[in-house]
Design a protein around this ligand. Structure first.
Ligand code: FES
Ligand SMILES: [Fe+2]
Length: 445
């Protein structure tokens, strides 16, 4: 039943000031429209330049339903191409990553393409003489995406023509990516190996919402992090210094007051972050030698400013979360209305002591891995919600906490850290980007 297709007004009606309709999580038609419109109208992260150190290196990415190749060309530039042969549509590669050498070669009839997408050669070319192939779209090779922007090695694309520029879309929110990069004394990050991949039986937006949900850790994680904290308190030798693992998970048991005080900053277009004044990352032990390296690179004051910024989770709308102080990035990849693949990536701070990278890996294992002590608590809650939303009791999900009538979504503001305003911000952006793309398509643009 097409209730929302060709009907941007009905789609907008799913998002109220303080509530969203359950269809945004469970309806396959809404999911289909998200894939076609939301992920085409917004700037979506597809990878990091350090994954492509050499010419010919490539990675695969999927944006909405679109299969893409992100590749390093011989002149060092990065190109993002549709992973679809212009001859008969065959996927050029099915690998997650690799090196293709100087060209891609389609496995079906061996048309080949330079790493900037341009057609290089066709076997038995004389069969195309005087056929007008040069004017056919196929002769242009692998089609590039409409918009590509590489921001300090973070690669983003936007599939739709028109709409917001990269700068307009992200604005000040880029300061969280800046802070993560600036934590390297050389101002450089490298992706460290493959991500942890964790399949979730729930809608992808539940995960995005959870990134700024500060009223759940002390409840949902009590049985895991809470138990671990009480074991540590019981077993520790008098005055012992907590080991790295305890430093990582114990802040999950912080009080409501702590999370209220830490603050949330909302930005336009659905972006926002928790952890303005302080965060769960603020009290980690100092790593020997790191501050000295940072001061040598940036000067004492600037180094202090960079390291005192302890942002917790920054949501890059629609589906990415960055943690600057712990150098992780998570991507919530929608597979179906009730299926999401979560990739948790780690970065090494180039030139920084190894202990920082050790902490990054430990955090990712303890909090984000399928074997984590914390992550499965969240998964249990998402899956219960996905099931519970089928109940006909009430079709609306409540996002009212600390709502202020008349609050705006096109401004930057710092607010109480337990507010659900960032969730409202995301849904406001969701409705407006979806509707913008649908309206543009209806107008034939
Ligand atoms: S489909 Fe690719 S060369 Fe024929
Ligand atoms: Fe959680």
């Amino acid at each position: 039943m097409d209730r929302y297709r060709d009907n941007p007004a009905a789609l907008r009606g799913l998002v109220r000031d303080t509530e969203v309709h359950r269809d945004v999580y469970i309806d396959p038609e809404v999911f289909d429209l998200e894939m076609r419109h939301l992920f085409a109208e917004t700037w979506v992260y597809v990878g990091h330049a350090s994954q492509l150190p050499e010419p010919g290196d490539y990675i695969s990415a999927t944006v909405g339903y679109q299969p893409l190749l992100v590749v390093r060309h011989s002149d060092g530039s990065i190109h993002v191409l549709y992973n679809r042969c212009p001859h008969k549509g065959t996927r050029i590669t099915t690998e997650q990553c690799g090196n293709t050498g100087k060209f891609f070669r389609c496995p079906y009839h061996a048309w080949s393409f330079r790493t900037n997408g341009k057609l290089l050669s066709i076997p038995l070319k004389k069969g195309y003489e005087n056929t007008g192939l040069d004017d056919a779209e196929a002769a242009a090779g692998l089609r590039p995406v409409a918009n590509l922007h590489v921001y300090r090695d973070f690669i983003f694309v936007k599939l739709n023509e028109g709409g917001q520029s990269f700068e307009e879309f992200f604005g000040e929110s880029l300061s969280s990516i800046d802070n993560m990069i600036d934590r390297s004394p050389e101002g450089k990050l490298v992706v460290a190996g493959a991500p942890l991949r964790y399949l979730h039986g729930c809608n992808w937006k539940m995960l995005v919402e959870n990134q700024t949900d500060t009223c759940h850790p002390m409840v949902a994680h009590e049985s895991s992090a809470g138990t671990a904290v009480s074991v540590w308190e019981r077993e520790q030798a008098e005055g012992a210094k907590p080991p790295m693992a305890v430093e990582v998970y114990s802040p999950f048991m912080s009080s409501y007051e702590f999370f209220e005080g830490m603050g949330i900053r909302v930005w336009p277009n659905g972006h926002g972050h928790t952890g303005v004044a302080t965060s769960i990352h603020a009290d980690y032990s100092a790593v020997p030698g790191y501050m000295e390296q940072m001061a040598a690179s940036y000067g004492e004051g600037e180094a202090r400013r960079i390291l005192d910024e302890n942002r917790h989770n920054t949501v890059y709308f629609p589906n990415v979360m960055v943690k600057g102080p712990i150098q992780t990035l998570r991507v919530f990849i929608p597979l179906a209305a009730d299926k999401t693949l979560v990739e948790s990536w780690t970065f090494r701070l180039v030139g920084a002591p190894d202990m920082l990278f050790e902490r990054t890996l430990m955090y990712n294992r303890l909090i984000n891995a399928p074997t984590s002590i914390v992550g499965h608590d969240d998964l249990e809650m998402y899956e219960r919600a996905q099931e519970g939303l089928r109940a006909d009791a009430n079709p609306w999900v409540n996002l009212q906490r600390l709502y202020q009538p008349g609050e705006r979504h096109d401004v930057t503001e710092v607010i109480n850290g337990t507010s659900e305003r960032q969730m409202r911000n995301q849904f406001h952006a969701w409705a407006s980007f979806m509707a913008a793309s649908m309206e543009r398509q209806a107008a034939g643009a």
